[in-house]
Design a protein around this ligand. Structure first.
Ligand code: MN
Length: 300
């Protein structure tokens, strides 16, 4: 007969890798795309990452644009008055300044490090204009879909000053700006809705490594905008490459031999029909026609 003492943990009692979220198997890259040069607004040249042929969307994300030019001719036209209905636009500036104004009298100036999380809801008409004529203009705009129940909500702005965006020294050689979601105990400042997005700007020293838990079931991607990074010890993404990730509970990125900067973005998919026409994103074609009528009739 054998007995077991109860004061000595057995192998079965010790935590396993599966009990520790940060040690969970990383998601891996399922598909890779390179950002495409595109033009929008009044002739602004940009890199379109999501919202282009081959990658029209990644539920709940409808578009990701990267602005990055030192030549004023590429951006000076800006984005004069245009409408939005049915989703959120998230503008994150890294360099340069953008002046914002809308038809409700809201104005703002985005500067390096600023985040503007705009819930267009039932509709706004706004302009987004570079305030400089030359020098580096760099940043991102992400479009996040709204669920059917929130598409006609009142418009809302969350303007976050650069100083208010938390930066976390998450590991050796790793600095993370938490725009939305949570890193360790640090919560991003943006209040988010049904899609519960994670939006992290990750700065990695050469060879540095970072693991971020993400909810299983959320769609997730990594976009590298400087350097290169291996994802989940698998595929290496280079500058201007987006990797769409497999499902799982964590994302691990490891920089190559250069300083590296990348975005980690994830969100709960809505799984609803998407009817889309330019700046209107609804669930049905009838709702798109209504949006165009309402806009033309000045009802935004
Ligand atoms: Mn806009």
């Amino acid at each position: 007969m054998t007995t077991r003492t109860i004061d000595r943990p057995t192998a079965a009692d010790r935590p396993t890798a599966a009990d520790r979220p940060t040690a969970a198997a990383s998601r891996t890259v399922e598909r890779t795309y390179t950002a495409m040069p595109a033009s929008d607004g009044a002739g602004v040249r940009l890199n379109r990452v999501i919202g282009r042929p081959g990658l029209p969307d990644l539920d709940p994300f409808l578009l990701l644009d990267e602005f990055r030019s030192e030549d004023g001719a590429d951006y000076i036209g800006g984005f004069p008055d245009h409408p939005h209905r049915g989703f959120e636009t998230v503008t994150y500036m890294l360099a340069g300044r953008m002046r914002h104004g809308d038809n409700k009298g809201n104005v703002g100036l985005l500067r390096p490090g600023s985040v503007q999380w705009m819930t267009a809801g039932r509709g706004i008409v706004h302009s987004e204009m570079p305030e400089q004529e030359d020098g580096l203009l760099q940043g991102f705009q992400l479009w996040v879909n709204l669920p059917a129940k929130d598409k006609m909500t009142a418009p809302r702005y969350q303007d976050i000053e650069p100083e208010a965006v938390p930066t976390v020294a998450a590991a050796d050689g790793v600095q993370v700006k938490v725009i939305a979601g949570r890193v360790g105990t640090v919560q991003g400042v943006v209040e988010t809705g049904a899609t519960d997005p994670t939006y992290l700007d990750v700065v990695l020293a050469p060879g540095a490594r970072f693991t971020q838990p993400v909810p299983a079931g959320h769609n997730a991607f990594v976009y590298v905008y400087d350097g290169s990074a291996a994802v989940g010890d698998g595929e290496t993404l280079r500058r201007s490459e987006i990797g769409l990730l497999s499902d799982g509970e964590a994302i691990t990125v490891a920089a190559g031999t250069e300083p590296t900067r990348l975005l980690i973005i994830a969100g709960r998919p809505l799984g609803e029909p998407v009817a889309r026409h330019g700046p209107f994103v609804m669930n049905t074609n009838a709702e798109i026609r209504q949006a165009a009528e309402d806009f033309l009739a000045g009802r935004f």
